[in-house]
Design a protein around this ligand. Structure first.
Ligand SMILES: Nc1nc2c(ncn2[C@@H]2O[C@H](COP(=O)(O)OP(=O)(O)O)[C@@H](O)[C@H]2O)c(=O)[nH]1
Ligand SMILES: [Mg+2]
Length: 233
């Protein structure tokens, strides 16, 4: 039986980006049975309505009105997904749709496939040197504290079998922002699931500025990494 793919797109104030991204992903996945879950946290710019009114038969628009949060939106998307393969990505083109088939196809052999920015020297134009170097050091820190073998604990672009992610305790993982992905990688490794990493580069955000509070994020992720270690001594 063919697999059904559920792509989860958490979004907040991404009206323009989501309208470009959704048909783009649909095209990339034309050879796969798929649905796209757009999980919006009641964005003031009307992201939800802008996608709902398109009435695409392959889109499931989800509106969250309480308990706003990036990781909680992803959890909500996973719980509503009808597919047996889950793909999680950002909705601003930072995660390039062209990688989705590579992620999915390798799930034939692995439980989870993640995109990593640290597997080869960037031959294509890459994100800023300062951002990639600081992400490299931060990943090194995470790997040392958590004894992790994964080179990329921050990007958060991956495909996973639904039966695998369902084996994890969602309450242990899905809160906060990108720190949820550190926890996801940790618990998958703890349970000895197989993870393949594929080389990828960071895509340019199409429109808007995104989350710029980098220092706050680093502080938060550092704290969450230590908490995770202490919880699992
Ligand atoms: N549902 C939901 N999505 C969010 C929230 N905050 C950010 N996002 C989405 O998460 C993705 C990553 O956010 P972004 O600000 O681009 O982070 P950055 O790429 O790390 O700078 C984007 O697609 C955002 O629209 C939130 O509170 N709720
Ligand atoms: Mg972004």
């Amino acid at each position: 039986m063919a697999n059904r793919i559920s792509v989860i797109l958490p979004c907040y104030n991404e009206k323009e980006n989501i309208q470009a991204l959704v048909p783009f992903i649909h095209d990339v996945l034309k050879d796969y049975e798929h649905e796209i879950l757009v999980v919006d946290d009641n964005s003031p710019d009307g992201t939800y309505n802008s996608i709902k009114e398109k009435n695409y038969d392959y889109v499931v628009p989800v509106l969250r009105t309480t308990d706003r949060g990036f990781a909680k939106s992803i959890r909500c998307g996973i719980e509503k997904a009808s597919g047996d393969i889950i793909v999680v990505m950002d909705s601003d083109f930072n995660h390039m749709p062209k990688y989705i088939p590579i992620l999915i196809d390798n799930l034939k052999y692995y439980d989870c496939v993640i995109a990593s920015r640290f597997l080869y020297l960037p031959l294509e134009k890459h994100e800023s040197i300062s951002r990639i170097v600081s992400s490299w050091f931060f990943n090194l820190f995470i790997r040392i504290i958590l004894f992790s073998k994964v080179t990329e604990n921050l990007f958060g672009f991956y495909a996973i079998k639904k039966t695998v992610i369902q084996q994890l305790n969602f309450d242990d993982i899905f809160w906060g922002f990108g720190d949820y992905f550190i926890r996801l990688m940790f618990y998958l490794q703890k349970k000895n699931y197989t993870i393949l990493q594929i080389p990828a580069i960071f895509g340019e955000r199409n429109i808007g500025v995104g989350n710029k509070a980098l220092l706050l994020r680093i502080i938060r992720y550092t704290k969450e990494t230590f908490i995770l270690r202490l919880k699992n001594l």
